[in-house]
Design a binder for this molecule. Sequence first.
Ligand code: GLN
Length: 201
Amino acid sequence: MIKIGILNLQGAVSEHLDMTLKAIDKLDKKNEITVIGVRYADEVSECDGLIISGGESTVIGKLIKERQIDKAIKEKKIPIFGTCAGMVILSKKTDYDQDILEIMDIEVSRNSFGRQRNSFENEIKIFGDSYSGVFIRAPSVSKILNENNELEILSELDNNIIAVKQGNNIAMSFHPELTNDTRLHEYYLSEILKLNKSNRD
Ligand code: GLN
């Protein structure tokens, strides 16, 4: 059984849990994938994938470090899907002094689209399809730090990079978990399934 953890430290955790459950259902993979909330390093180590939600990246980052969850993630190279604050956490550099995982070769501007009252919903394009992008004090990628490291830009909005993939990690500026559209969660789960299949073969 493949286990997906939703990092339950702070932020839009239950929404990700619901969306992941729905996505598992849509993919008809209930017999292959389970999802649970995880709060401590030993729980994280048992996961084959980890979702880091939106919320306050300073709080999430501090708890990740305090609980040594960063070590668990790096030791096992757990594929992460980070949304909003999750993108900040995945980055190597931000414009704020905070604890981050420093996994993806991106520099992030933390509140790139302004404050809470500047939140908006916009149509975005990923993988050639249209999605509804919910942006709440959203970050964006201000710089790609190492062009050679197979970092793929998945989406841009008005010249802002809002979704990237590097290796098995995916970061998005917006909140797919706050829509009714499970396609991006399905995409992440499909990637994890592929990975686990190729590890078995
Ligand atoms: N900009 C916020 C932060 O870095 C993230 C906002 C969000 O996740 N909605 O903490």
